[in-house]
Design a protein around this ligand. Structure first.
Ligand code: AMP
Ligand code: GLY
Length: 436
């Protein structure tokens, strides 16, 4: 059987790599993919991104099922287009993906279904937004309603920053269409964690927990990024908190979507804040897997991912069994010069071939490619092609061991201007996970 993965980042490399391990799969196409998926055994890049072309390809090649990585195709209605052509796809419809596509929808939905989240108000008029801000205190969070490729959230530490953010979105229209409406949300303190599940419309299969490092620099300093590293599992989600998250957040979302006539199928990612008084509140929903969380989750997944997705598409996730490597997986992002503002492209990446490190078994690490391309003089060089370039992902008996392994591997890889954090995993190095 042949599969199709839509997307071209590290998350999609990890997904396709895992799917290709299924004994029933002969090939996984990745559209458009990157240098990593081009070089990976069992994968083949497909240089198309337009939805009608993807539908055509899936029909012609007899693709058994398609999995979607990023959010942009969801917003363009990729699932609806595949359904209309009677093709199997594991992704929410455009209507169900409103949970991620519109922050205003998502916040109002949570209110309707009593799902814990920060208090908020929505505005499209700047003077009303400024008036609201005058009654609130900083820090406060300003969010563009629409998709903004990770740039739509401003955590304003002062009232001036908050007013400036409102003007940037509603008056100067810096975010374009995505910022014509904004959500102003109370600031939440605490420990941020990622909770990702598979959903078949009614039933839910939780994946391993994880924690992402969003800031560019060590010690959680510098600007927000798409994520500079992650590890799984996180000690902050104890069995008790896991139960609460399922009861108070995940099940109400799935049931709520059913009630509202927008049945949810696909991966669902809840970005959660565990507050100092141990409340668990939703920061955001993503209608997809996280990047780089996926790289660490796939590294630990022992079950056949293709079988799990088949079960989800058959509506039988209640029968699914999922097995995890008991070790910790940790991924470190190597990012391009200038990321996140203006990432430089076309730096030559060295050291990827024949990577080995003492005391690390080859099956205990994998370098997933995020933004890379093949080029150079002979077309065989691996070049940087965007902001996040590689995710060095390793297993270890503890967060500390996995961290040591990841940096040992990363040491062998070089490109000019590489930016990398040196402390990924530090939050997870706690015995109890009760720090917040
Ligand atoms: P979002 O895309 O909504 O997850 O926002 C991006 C990042 O901004 C999150 O990962 C958080 O680190 C931060 N953030 C979002 N909402 C809040 C909030 N209400 N309080 C504190 N930080 C937030
Ligand atoms: N790592 C955060 C995200 O994928 O949205």
């Amino acid at each position: 059987m042949k599969l199709l993965v839509i997307g071209g980042g590290g998350r999609e490399h990890a997904l396709a790599w895992k799917l290709a391990q299924s004994p029933r799969i002969v090939k996984v196409f990745v559209a458009p993919g990157n240098a990593g998926t081009a070089l990976e055994h069992g994968l083949e890049n497909l240089p198309i991104t337009a939805i009608p072309d993807l539908v055509e390809f899936a029909k012609k090649e007899d693709i058994t099922l398609t999995v979607v990585g990023p959010e942009a195709p969801l917003a363009e209605g990729v699932a609806d287009a595949f359904h209309a052509a009677d093709l199997k796809i594991f992704a929410p419809t455009k209507q169900a993906a409103q949970l991620e596509i519109s922050k205003d929808f998502s916040k109002a939905f949570m209110q309707r279904h009593n799902i814990p989240t920060a208090a908020h108000a929505t505005f499209s008029d700047a003077s009303e937004a400024h008036h609201y801000l005058d009654q609130k205190e900083a820090p406060i969070v300003i969010k563009a309603d629409g998709l903004a490729a990770g740039k739509g959230v401003i955590v304003a530490m002062t009232p001036t920053e908050a007013h400036t953010a409102v003007d940037a979105m509603l008056v100067k229209k810096n975010m374009g269409e995505a910022g014509m409406k904004i959500v102003i949300e109370d600031f939440l303190q605490g420990e941020e964690v990622s909770f990702i599940v598979m959903v078949d419309g009614y039933q839910v299969l939780p994946l391993a927990t994880s924690q992402d490092y969003k800031r560019l620099r060590d010690g959680d300093q510098g600007p927000n990024t798409g994520g500079m590293g992650a590890y799984s599992p996180t000690p902050f989600i104890s069995p008790e908190r896991h139960g609460r998250i399922m009861r108070e957040i995940i099940h109400p979302v799935i049931n709520g979507m059913q009630q509202e006539g927008a049945s949810y199928t696909g991966f669902l990612y809840a970005g959660l804040m565990i507050t100092p008084d141990d409340e668990i509140k939703v920061l955001e929903f993503n209608c997809r897997l996280g990047d780089p969380e996926t790289q660490t989750i796939m590294m630990r997944l022992k079950s056949d991912l293709f079988t799990l997705i088949e079960q989800a598409l058959n509506g039988s996730l209640d029968n699914a069994e999922i097995e995890w490597d008991r070790r910790v997986a940790l991924g470190v992002i190597m990012a391009a010069h200038g990321y996140p503002e203006v990432p430089r492209k076309n730096d030559v990446i060295q050291g990827l071939a024949n990577l080995t490190a003492q005391q690390i078994a080859p099956e205990d690490f994998h370098v997933f490619h995020s933004s890379t391309t093949l080029g150079g003089d002979n077309g065989n060089e691996v070049l940087t092609a965007g902001g996040r370039v590689l995710c060095v992902t390793t297993l270890g008996d503890s967060v500390k061991m996995a961290q040591r392994n990841a940096y040992q591997i990363a040491e062998h890889i070089h490109f000019d201007g590489c930016q990398m954090r040196h402390d990924i995993g530090y939050r997870g190095m706690t015995k109890t996970g009760n720090r917040p």
